[in-house]
Ligand binder design. Structure first.
Ligand code: MN
Length: 242
C-alpha cells in the first residue's frame, strides 16, 4: 500500500466579475502532488478546516504530512508584532496548520515541511521567525528571493554532519533554490539546525527524536525533475511513513 500523504493548501481570493463578491479557493502547486506520486505515495489535499474533529480525522487517515509553501505566518503566534515588511497573512490557515502540526508531532506522524512549512513546524515547536531577513538579520544577507526558474539552484547550503539531511543529500554542501524573505530565528524545542546558507540563514531543521520531522527552507518539489538526486528526500520521507 502506498502511504497517504496529506498536503496543506494555500488560499486565493478573487473577485467574481465586476461584483463585490469574492471567490475563495484552496489551491496547491501540482509540483507537490507530482513529487509524492512519483516517489510512491498517494497525495491527499487538506483544505482549510476549522473544526478540531476534522483535523483529528485527517490525522487518523494520514501516514505522513507535507506542510507546503505559502505566505507569512501571523507573528502574534510567536509573540511578535507585525514588522513593516511582512507579507500576506492568512490566520485561518495558520490556525489550522498549527493545530495539525502540533498534533502530528505529538503522534509522531512523519512531517516534511517545505519553505513556509519549516517556519510553521518551528513555530509549532515553540520557535520564532525572522519576519524579514533583509531588514532583521545582520547585513550583508544573500538574495533568498531568486528571480530564476523554480528548478534553478541559486545558493549554497552547508549541512551538519551526522544529520538526517546529510544522510539524505549525501554531501556536506548542496545548491538549492530560494523563494523566501523569512527564516527560522530561535529554533523550537526538540529541534536542531541542520543546514545554513553562507549568510547564516537557517535552511533546515530536524528533530532527532521523531520518526521523521524535517523542515527545509527550499523547494525540492520544484527541483527533482532537473536534479534527480533531490527525489531521495521524498523517497526517504515516504519510507518513514510506512
Ligand atoms: Mn534560501
Amino acid at each position: 500500500m502506498r502511504p497517504v500523504i496529506g498536503i496543506t493548501c494555500s488560499l486565493t481570493v478573487s473577485a467574481i466579475g465586476d461584483s463585490i463578491y469574492t471567490l475563495e479557493r484552496n489551491i496547491i502547486a501540482l509540483d507537490y502532488v507530482r513529487a509524492i506520486e512519483y516517489a510512491g505515495g498517494t497525495p491527499l489535499l487538506i483544505p482549510h478546516v476549522g473544526d478540531i474533529e476534522c483535523i483529528n480525522q485527517y490525522l487518523g487517515v494520514l501516514d505522513g504530512l507535507i506542510l507546503s509553501g505559502g505566505g507569512d505566518i501571523d507573528p502574534l503566534l510567536f509573540g511578535q508584532e507585525p514588522h513593516q515588511n511582512i507579507g500576506s497573512v492568512d490566520c485561518v490557515r495558520d490556525e489550522m496548520e498549527l493545530r495539525l502540526t502540533q498534533k502530528a508531532l505529538d503522534q509522531d506522524l512523519p512531517i516534511l515541511a517545505i519553505c513556509r512549512g519549516i517556519q510553521m513546524l518551528n513555530v509549532a515547536a515553540g520557535g520564532t521567525i525572522y519576519q524579514d531577513i533583509a531588514s532583521e538579520m545582520p547585513p550583508p544577507t544573500l538574495c533568498h528571493s531568486q528571480q530564476g526558474a523554480g528548478w534553478y539552484t541559486s545558493h549554497t547550503i552547508d549541512i551538519l554532519s551526522e544529520s538526517r539531511l546529510l544522510q539524505i543529500v549525501g554531501s556536506p554542501t548542496a545548491r538549492v533554490n530560494s523563494f523566501h524573505h523569512q527564516a527560522v530565528r530561535e529554533v523550537g524545542e526538540g529541534f536542531i539546525v541542520t543546514a545554513k546558507a553562507k549568510d547564516n540563514v537557517i535552511e533546515a531543521i530536524e528533530s532527532p527524536t521523531h520518526r521523521f520531522a524535517l523542515g527545509i527552507q527550499y523547494h525540492p518539489e520544484m527541483m527533482w525533475e532537473r536534479h534527480p538526486e533531490v527525489l531521495n528526500l521524498f523517497t526517504t520521507f515516504l519510507k518513514a511513513c510506512r
